[in-house]
Design a protein around this ligand. Structure first.
Ligand code: DAH
Length: 340
């Protein structure tokens, strides 16, 4: 028969080494299990001993049982304490701790450039005027002197809902709407907005894009006034070292008509790879408003005259930030957008 003091030593050693509740459970069964626990067996075997030995062995076996129970309870408490301490360490939630900062977005680079253009022109007294993106054939073409069958219509081929209703191909129709709404010059407006054309997407064009149109109607305006306005706008946006030039061109709604260019910011106009050795970058069209266009807007060309311009916002943004593919502006790729 086992000696209780040996059993205690063995059991206490095993308990001290146990590191999980499961191990303690096994030890409990080994020593105190109701059927085959070693202490239990000791106690049930006492009946077979000579009466003189019974009392002494009974007492020491019971002491062993209590000692093992106490050691088990202690070790359980220790393990539970360690478990809680561990949770406190790794899973603690401090409700007073400031949360992680929210990822803040910012306005899209095209919106930034549009707002800069608006701010610069507003400082010259221009008001922002908006028009519909679904436009009638009359405003998009007729009123701008582009009659049915005019070859220039090809440049502004758009998407039609009906023969009379289309997605506007430029912001120029807002010139007419603004003249009709405001009636009395002086009129100084700019009109930013989305336009659409039947173009396949490529590095320099998309079937949807944005323009900013400007219109001034007043007495005795000149090409010099127009050029000065464009120069002020370009220098405000790109820096005072930039120059503007106008080249003769053709638009049905202006006479005379021009394209306007800005000097290349990389070579300063000397010619380099990014301006294809021209020294100039094309920005948009402009000109003195055609008398018939004034008439279509309800304004008497005998009393008033005007100038107008239009250019793409994407192109302005690309020139400003050295972007070589217009599609990047619409792909919503954060790696691109976060740079601005
Ligand atoms: N509407 C023209 C276009 O989309 C741009 C333009 C040229 C607008 C000359 C004007 C202008 O106001 O005077 O290509």
């Amino acid at each position: 028969m086992s000696d209780p003091s040996n059993l205690i030593r063995e059991a206490l050693g095993a308990i001290a080494k146990a590191s999980t509740e499961g191990e303690l459970e096994t030890i409990t069964l080994d020593y105190l299990g109701r059927k085959s626990g070693q202490i239990t067996k000791l106690l049930t075997g006492i009946g077979q001993l000579a009466p003189a030995q019974r009392a002494a062995l009974g007492q020491s076996a019971n002491e062993a049982k209590r000692a093992i129970e106490a050691a088990l309870a202690n070790r359980r408490a220790e393990l539970e304490g360690a478990r809680l301490a561990d949770i406190a360490e790794t899973e603690a939630i401090d409700v007073t701790f400031p949360g992680p900062p929210l990822g803040r977005g910012h306005v899209h680079v095209l919106t930034q450039v549009q707002r800069q253009i608006e701010t610069v022109l507003e400082s010259l007294g221009y008001k922002v005027e908006l028009g519909p993106e679904v436009e009638t054939e009359w405003y998009n073409f007729e009123a701008l002197n582009i009659s049915a069958g005019h070859p220039a219509r090809e440049n502004w081929d758009s998407f039609y809902f009906t023969p009379q209703l289309l997605l506007r191909a430029h912001t120029s129709p807002v010139q007419i709407r603004a003249m009709q709404r405001l009636k009395e010059p002086p009129i100084y407006i700019i009109t930013p907005g989305r336009c659409y054309r039947r173009d396949a997407p490529e590095a320099t064009r998309l079937p949807y894009f944005s323009q900013v149109e400007g219109l001034a109607v007043d007495r005795g305006l000149t090409v010099g006034d127009m050029k000065g306005t464009l120069l002020y706008m370009i220098q405000s946006l790109y820096g005072s070292e930039r120059k503007v030039r106008v080249r003769p061109s053709y638009f049905p709604f202006t006479e005379p008509s021009f394209e306007f260019d800005v000097s290349c910011g990389i070579c300063g106009g000397a010619g380099c790879k990014s301006c294809r050795h021209k020294g100039w970058l094309e920005v948009g069209g402009c000109g003195m408003v055609h008398p018939q266009v004034l008439r279509n807007g309800g304004i008497d060309p005998e009393k008033w005259n005007g100038y107008a311009w239009g250019f793409g916002i994407e192109r302005m943004a690309m020139l400003k930030h050295d972007v070589d593919d217009i599609r990047l502006l619409y792909e919503s790729d954060l790696r691109f957008l976060e740079q601005f």
